[in-house]
Design a protein around this ligand. Structure first.
Ligand SMILES: [Zn+2]
Length: 672
């Protein structure tokens, strides 16, 4: 504690701490550990306690000086905090570019600044004479809450500005929380029996609303600047210059900001970040694109409540952090075993997520997933949520490594791994493995295969669990009485199902082949084989050479088809189905568009596709012989869905229409 000149040491410590704050928050290049930083802060606090006359409000020790308050004072923003128009497709961004150009002189060059749209809470910081005098929430844009005492606890918010700041400066920016801090915070809350925050934004908003700044100070909130309010004595002609100055004065500016001279470069940047954003330790929900030139901004002006010179492009998928409670293994229709993470339920993109796919045992090893881990999950398109990564720093030692079972969870047969493949399978056929049989029946009766109306998942489970169905052939031996006695059935639906099964006996050969689940034989290959061979007898006896000779089939598919039909159990299954009256029909004669891969298929397109515009996708479908219509109906074969798909997707799901993405379309259409 002894020091010859306390005033001098205090001043040095403050400078040193400010320097480290700046290195940490502005330069993102800290040179000392958190522990060393805390030691400096403690030394300063001790000195100030011994010499209270030397304490000043801008001392780093005074960040958390305020006592709890009763309520927040409402303050009027000197310059309103306007909202930003959102767009959800890249075409809308292009349209915005065109509007901007129409608002300026013909041929005038426009430069764009692109910022990550950090998912946090927007605030305004007011500095007078270089000192922080007010921090406020956005509120309704005109008036917000005075949360200065809480914002002072955010280490990235400088209490005093460095390097000759202007007389008056209002900086707008985002307060946010990192994913890892949310995990840490939620662990503490759980220990205290408090509900966890669902996402970093909620946690940030909740923290800034705390009336006791000491509590807010315990949560490590971050700040990043993204604009200006009222200013006096600032000399800049472009936003890029403004950001350079803000950074020089010691206020954090995102290192990910970028500048472009053309909208297509902006769009490429936006596309890159759509996947790259998951590498960040904080959440962004899009990008903000701004006209760089401040003079052009003034000429463009604003429209009601949003400026014309800025637009937000929002990404679709969202991420959430939750906990893995356990890992279960699902058995697929061909015996493939898929590990599934059972999650602590968490809201994500409008639904509550309880499970996420872990794909295969290698994936679990690669991601290092343990039971009890905090993980980042994400929804991508139509697929069920995925585990993006483990928050390994959040481990407390209670996590349990997962050992993939060596026996099938459904039938207890040993699991097997096909050399060279990542998938693990049940070694028994579906006749022995109930879960496998259930999934197979589900697929066999699917709209794309035998199209058996009324054979739902719950009914299939009952039929298998109660021992009425041991094979696909047993389906055709079900009688009305047996079905009517099942839960939730009744005479009428039993009669309907028997009729639907009867009708399905005469489906076309391609549908029958699809329903058999021969590896590598999907809807399209099934159709090619059906056209080439004409009958099931002809296909089951086709030689490897004959199969390989079919265009687009190739060795892998041919070998898989041979293997399927040479298998004794499959031969018995086939004989049984044929004996039960199943009689696959040859495909109708080729018409003009026939022979093309999408002949006879009707598509509806919704949402934004990753690579093609809508007209491009339509052209692809038409070239391949398909049709495109505007609305989903019972005649729709496929719904092609991209990002931000809306009511059409909902309707297609209700009608059990197959939903595909752009990659799947390319496969169906034969490589585009
Ligand atoms: Zn099994």
């Amino acid at each position: 504690m002894e020091t010859e000149d306390p005033a001098r040491e205090i001043a040095e410590l403050r400078r040193e701490i400010d320097r480290h704050d700046r290195l940490y928050y502005v330069e993102a290049a800290p040179v000392i550990s958190d522990r060393e930083y805390d030691r400096l802060l403690k030394r300063l606090g001790d000195l100030e306690a011994a010499h209270p006359e030397l304490i000043t409000p801008d001392s780093p020790t005074q960040r958390v000086g305020g006592a709890p308050i009763e309520s927040f004072r409402t303050v009027r923003h000197a310059v309103p905090m306007l909202s930003i128009d959102n767009t959800y497709t890249l075409d809308e961004v292009r349209e915005w570019d065109a509007r901007v150009r129409r608002g300026l002189t013909d041929g005038e060059a426009v430069r764009f600044d692109v910022e990550l749209k950090v998912d946090g809470v927007a605030v305004s910081l007011r500095y007078e004479g270089g000192s922080l005098v007010l921090g406020a929430t956005r509120g309704d844009g005109e008036r917000g809450d005075d949360i200065t005492s809480n914002l002072r606890t955010v280490r990235g918010v400088p209490l005093t500005l460095a390097d000759d700041p202007p007389d008056l400066l209002e900086v707008r920016g985002e307060v946010y929380m990192t994913n890892s801090e949310l995990v840490r915070l939620n662990q503490g809350r759980k220990a205290e029996g408090l509900p966890p925050f669902a996402n970093p934004r909620n946690a940030t908003a909740g923290s800034l609303k705390l009336l006791d700044p000491r509590l807010c100070g315990r949560r490590r909130l971050m700040f990043v600047a993204h604009g200006l309010g009222e200013v006096r004595g600032l000399d800049a002609s472009s936003y890029e210059q403004v950001l350079g100055l803000i950074r020089r004065w010691g206020i954090p500016v995102s290192p990910h900001n970028a500048c472009f001279d053309a909208i297509e470069a902006v769009i490429e940047h936006a596309t890159t970040w759509e996947s790259k954003r998951h590498e960040l330790d904080f959440q962004i929900d899009g990008l903000v694109v701004k006209v760089d030139d401040l003079g052009q901004r003034a000429r463009l002006g604003k429209r009601s409540r949003s400026p014309r010179w800025v637009i937000a492009y929002k990404y679709e998928a969202e991420q959430a952090i939750t906990k893995i409670l356990g890992i279960t293994v699902q058995v697929g229709k061909t015996g493939k075993l898929t590990p599934v993470a059972e999650l602590e339920p968490v809201p994500l993109g409008g639904t509550v997520v309880r499970r996420a796919s872990l794909h295969n045992p290698d994936e679990i090893d690669r991601k290092g997933v343990r039971i009890g881990d905090s993980v980042v999950i994400q929804k991508a398109g139509e697929i069920i949520p995925q585990v993006v990564r483990v928050e390994a720093d959040a481990r407390d030692g209670s996590e349990v490594p997962y050992a993939f079972p060596d026996r099938c969870p459904s039938c207890d047969s040993p699991v097997e791994r096909i050399p060279g493949e990542v998938d693990v399978r049940c070694s028994s056929p579906a006749s022995v493995c109930p879960d496998q049989l259930k999934e197979w029946i589900r697929w066999f009766s699917h709209r794309d295969a035998m199209d058996v109306d009324g054979l739902g998942e719950k009914l299939i489970h009952q039929l298998v669990d109660k021992g009425f169905v041991h094979s696909l052939g047993d389906l055709y031996r079900l009688d009305e009485q047996t079905l009517a006695d099942l839960d939730r059935m009744g005479k009428k639906s039993a009669a309907n199902l028997v009729r639907a099964l009867e009708e399905s006996k005469h489906r076309t050969l391609d549908r029958f082949l699809t329903g058999l689940t021969i590896r590598h034989v999907g809807i399209r290959i099934a159709e090619i084989l059906a056209r080439r061979f004409g009958s099931i007898e002809s296909i089951r006896h086709a030689s490897l050479e004959a199969l390989e000779a079919v265009p687009e089939v190739g060795h892998v598919v041919a070998a898989s088809v041979r293997e399927f039909f040479e298998d004794g159990a499959n031969q018995a299954l086939l004989d049984d189905l044929l004996a039960a009256g199943v009689s696959p029909q040859p495909l109708p004669e080729l018409q003009a568009a026939d022979g093309l891969p999408l002949a006879g298929k009707t598509f509806v397109i919704t949402g934004t596709l990753p690579h093609r515009s809508r007209p491009e996708a339509e052209a692809l479908i038409k070239r391949a012989g398909g049709k495109v219509t505007g609305s989903v109906s019972k005649n729709t074969s496929y719904l092609l869905a991209g990002a931000e798909a809306g009511s059409k997707l909902e309707k297609a799901r209700q009608m059990n229409i197959t939903v595909i993405d752009e990659a799947e379309l390319e496969r169906l259409a034969g490589g585009g």
